[in-house]
Ligand binder design. Structure first.
Ligand code: NI
Length: 423
């Protein structure tokens, strides 16, 4: 059986990193043995110099927005959306969605991302990009307004792709409380429960949204989640949650609910600081995401981890908040579980063989020891250190080369599409 050989291995289930071989069978880890013991083909020989970590999960993004990167810089969220983003989104074609998705998958695979959760449209194109590239994804069709056609499209996406190759989950994708009227949202929540589907929703990204709950809807956000039926979805992925009131966390501390923290996008758009210290202490599952490339502007989860780890220490005046181990938990197993893949996120027998291989033979890792690996990764490491990315036991990226993607073709198609959109 193929194996990743002689690697230093760490995941959030371990106190200390240990050397070993990771043996893979049928897309899953079949065993972790002592180093240089596994027989059979070598997927990657770490020679004791590379670290293996579970693959990173980008739990909230809009991959095709790579084509919109750099547009409308430094505008407030609503102005940015209405003046710059929505007018171009109105003109995006299926071809554009595909080329933007391919570009994003390339960027993410090179940075150790093995799974992403996406909300956009022409989602069949994103699904094809996922199937052809070999990456894992949770997909939904973003629904704005009261539009049964869009819900039907989302259901067709689920019908065709949910569970496909064990690599895709499909959620329903109501966009946000301010873009979907309440009766339509209730209908979506009911449909999700009937079809046993999850929901992916933007939630309290800006202070203005919290003000709307109190001044216009005359209700508290947690009551809205309950009364609309959203809390009953198989999995409820809530993106941002910057302004979710901290006294209303018990209602969402449930196994089917995940708050996705997007620190860089929230900072860049001036939306605020999500109180993740309180989220975590209340038992809410927190994952990490980049949001779209137009508001980040990278799809780099290493960057996101480092930002999250530093930001909350400064904000809380407390260096114990958002520790490296907690941050890696958010970026790996919490993301996997949150987006519907409950058997990924650890380097252990029976888990899906999703992992990244990190070169530690470089200056940033001198001084690490088995007890300080997560701290070196989060505070000193960089996505530049990723040497290989493996999904379902298949090497998709190795030493600068993509095994399933034609990178030149993807770069030229995306450049051409971007030029046509902004001409
Ligand atoms: Ni978003």
């Amino acid at each position: 059986m193929p194996a990743v050989r002689n690697a230093l291995i760490w995941d959030t289930g371990r106190d200390l990193a240990e050397y070993g071989d990771i043996v893979i069978k049928d897309g899953r880890i079949s065993s972790v043995t002592a180093p240089n013991e596994a027989e059979g083909p070598i997927l990657y020989d770490c020679r004791g110099k590379c670290l293996v970590l579970p693959g990173l999960v980008n739990a909230h993004t809009h991959v095709s927005m790579t084509l919109l990167r750099g547009l409308g810089e430094e505008l407030p969220l609503m102005e940015w959306l209405r003046k710059k983003i929505f007018p171009i989104e109105d003109r995006l074609t299926a071809q554009n969605i595909r080329s933007g998705a391919d570009l994003a998958v390339m960027e993410m695979l090179a940075a150790g991302v093995t799974c992403f959760a996406d909300m956009y449209y022409f989602m069949d194109e994103v699904a094809m990009s996922v199937l052809e590239s070999g990456i894992r994804a949770a997909l939904c069709r973003g629904i704005m307004g009261d539009d049964p056609g869009k819900l039907a499209e989302n259901l067709a996406l689920a019908e065709t792709y949910n569970g496909r190759e064990g690599r895709i989950t499909v959620q329903l994708g109501p966009h946000a409380p301010y873009t979907v009227p309440r009766p339509a949202l209730e209908k979506i929540a009911e449909t999700a429960r009937d079809k046993n589907l999850g929901i992916h929703f933007h939630w309290l990204e800006t202070k203005g949204e919290l003000d709307s709950f109190r001044n216009e809807y005359k209700m508290e956000p947690a009551d809205y989640l309950e009364q609309t039926g959203l809390l009953g979805a198989k999995e409820l992925i809530l993106a941002h949650c910057v302004w979710h009131p901290v006294d209303q966390l018990p209602a969402v501390a449930r196994d089917n609910v995940t708050f996705v923290h997007n620190p860089k996008s929230n900072m860049k758009l001036g939306s605020g600081y999500a109180p993740i210290k309180e989220f975590i202490s209340s038992g809410v599952r927190v994952a990490l995401g980049t949001d779209g490339a137009a508001s980040n502007n990278r799809l780099d989860m290493w960057d996101e981890m480092r930002f999250a780890a530093l930001l909350h220490k400064g904000y809380n005046l407390d260096p114990t908040v958002a520790g490296a181990r907690e941050i890696l938990k958010m970026a790996t197993v919490n993301g996997s579980r949150g987006v519907g893949f409950r058997d990924a996120g650890f380097i252990a027998a029976g888990q899906r063989a999703d992992m990244m291989i990190v070169d530690m033979d470089n200056p940033r890792y001198v001084g690490r020891d088995p007890g300080s690996v997560p701290e070196f990764v989060v505070y000193a490491g960089s996505s530049r250190d990723v040497r290989a990315t493996i999904v379902d036991g298949k090497v998709l990226y190795k030493d600068g080369e993509f095994t399933t993607l034609d990178s030149e073709k993807i770069l030229s198609a995306a450049s051409r599409d971007r030029a046509s959109l902004t001409r």
